[in-house]
Design a protein around this ligand. Sequence first.
Ligand SMILES: NC(=O)c1ccc[n+]([C@@H]2O[C@H](COP(=O)([O-])OP(=O)(O)OC[C@H]3O[C@@H](n4cnc5c(N)ncnc54)[C@H](O)[C@@H]3O)[C@@H](O)[C@H]2O)c1
Length: 295
Amino acid sequence: MDELRGKVAVVTGAASGIGYALAARFAAEGMGVVLADVERDALAGAAARLRSTGADVVDVPTDVSRAEEVDALAEAAEAHFGAVHVVCNNAGVSGGISPSWDTPLEDWTWTLGVNLWGVIHGVRSFVPRLIAQGEGHVVNTASIAGLLAGGVGAPYNVSKFGVVALSEHLYLSLLDAAPGVGVSVLCPGWVNTRIADSDRNRPKGPPPERTDDPLAAKVRTGVRRVLEAGMDPAAVADKVLDAVRDGAFYVLPHDDEQWLGPVRQRTEDIVERRNPTPRPMPGIEIILAALAEDA
Ligand SMILES: NC(=O)c1ccc[n+]([C@@H]2O[C@H](COP(=O)([O-])OP(=O)(O)OC[C@H]3O[C@@H](n4cnc5c(N)ncnc54)[C@H](O)[C@@H]3O)[C@@H](O)[C@H]2O)c1
């Protein structure tokens, strides 16, 4: 899509982090923007912040794990702006980090519900509209964890591999079905956002802070520091904008070897029928330093 001015973008998870940066970037391009998020106060605040810059925005509280709420989001967006052109299925949560065999069922349900079903609902609710219109672009937020397993919780990995698969399937299907509708899948490494505080959006609310588990508290501190040292969400949004303009499918904002090397290694392991190569997670030294600190 070359001309974005006057077009309309919908962004889920728009109250914070990458979603907010995407919304701000689209607004700066002169697009109308629909901000959707499950966190009502943060959503209203984000919309007010963008409005104060003169942007034409509307906020629609939405839980993306619920099909009917994503349908209602599409209806609200069309009712307000008359059309939708760019859809960013971006809302996501980190889930827990326990081993796959020991992950509570509610963690699987929550993480897959938001990260994978949220994108599935977005595709079902919006793509038929884009096809009918003959023009549009879908951006699905996966992660580098959609290309590499390990280092994060299993539900997160499974959800993000699913988003990559769905996105590739969608891209290939639309080549014939609707050549004017593009698809990108966003696969960042660490980005400086509030993803480490995803527990704030657990359906039953955040679990009580555990004071009897100092190790878990140190890991959390380490992960927060890794994220703080991560990429600026605005830089991620710039890459997404380029991809929408250029029709680029894979958007990997972290383009250095510490991230791309393991992706190349995994692909080679598969075609050479080698067992998965263990690899250090980028930023692990920051987490280890946090673990080594005195309580
Ligand atoms: N931050 C990173 O390092 C990183 C790396 C790779 C991928 N991602 C992905 O980027 C996306 C955005 O996350 P972020 O890093 O900006 O985190 P964030 O926590 O700052 O923002 C996520 C937003 O999603 C919203 N959300 C959570 N559950 C929701 C639901 N059920 N319905 C609607 N909205 C919901 C939250 O309220 C929040 O505003 C996620 O899909 C995440 O997995 C993040």
